[in-house]
Design a protein around this ligand. Structure first.
Ligand code: SAH
Ligand code: DHB
Ligand code: MG
Length: 228
């Protein structure tokens, strides 16, 4: 029977063999903890997955909703070319300040821009600035707004863009009749929306690891090829 301590050990097994030691990422987590930010950043293994997906889709422009201390921003920012751009949205000024420092320490200040404010205020501003389509969007902020963020992601992407949503499984809560948890409702609303949405092909993958039992939703925009 597998449990959390084994999931931790397995994550560590792969970290030890597949990644190089990283001062900026470690420092980002230490300074986030010292500033009292909650430890809800993606795990190192998940961060590497975001980096891989960004590289696999040749991303040049990335949008992130939910910065926290910038840990996932650093992973994805590193996948971009020198003239690439990552805009990350954060409503908490304390989180944004820690993230800005962490991003600078990682040498990514030119590529990664933290925009302070509720994402639903920042997204129309981004649209009005006509930034060109984002190649990859990572949605990882307040869960009740998932469907709204996804709608915005559709407006700000192009056919072939990839949209990833974190925390769609929540320890299996997604299939429990937990109608009063707005975070679970947020996942339901998103999934129901996608079940009727012809502009995306999507799946969700359950994961275990240092962040417990959870999962990602991964979507490809305007896929006209039927899956087989
Ligand atoms: N992506 C980060 C973790 C994000 S945690 C990482 O993996 O490193 C979720 C973040 O979303 C928190 O910092 C929280 O303050 C922020 N957030 C919550 N509601 C928000 C909103 N309405 N707009 C923007 N950010 C929000
Ligand atoms: C929480 C938020 C996250 O984005 C996450 O990955 C894990 C936990 C939370 O709000 O508890
Ligand atoms: Mg998350």
């Amino acid at each position: 029977m597998s449990d959390q301590s084994q999931w931790n050990a397995v994550d560590q097994y792969f970290i030890d063999r597949l990644f190089t030691d990283d001062e900026a990422l470690g420092a980002a987590l230490r300074s986030s903890a010292a500033a009292g930010l909650p430890p809800i950043n993606v795990s190192p293994n998940q961060g590497k997955l975001l980096w891989l997906l960004a590289r696999m889709c040749g991303a040049r422009r990335i949008l992130e909703v939910g910065t926290l201390g910038g840990y996932s921003s650093i992973w994805m920012g590193r996948a971009l070319p020198e003239d690439g751009k990552l805009i990350t949205l954060e409503s908490d000024p304390r989180h944004a300040a820690v993230a800005t420092e962490n991003i600078a320490r990682a040498g990514l200040s030119k590529i990664v821009e933290v925009r302070l404010g509720p994402a639903l205020d920042s997204l129309p501003v981004i649209e009005s600035q006509k930034p060109g389509p984002f190649d990859l969007v990572f949605i990882d902020a307040d869960k009740p707004s998932n469907a709204d963020y996804f709608e915005w992601a559709l407006k700000l992407t192009r056919p072939g863009s990839v949209i990833i949503v974190d925390n769609v499984v929540r320890n299996g809560a997604v299939v429990e009749a937990n109608l009063d948890d707005p975070r679970v409702n947020g996942v339901h609303r998103l999934t129901e929306m996608l079940s009727r949405e012809s502009r995306v092909s999507a799946t969700a993958i359950q994961t275990v690891g240092t962040k417990g039992y959870d999962g990602f939703l991964i979507a490809l925009v305007s896929d006209t090829i039927p899956p087989r």
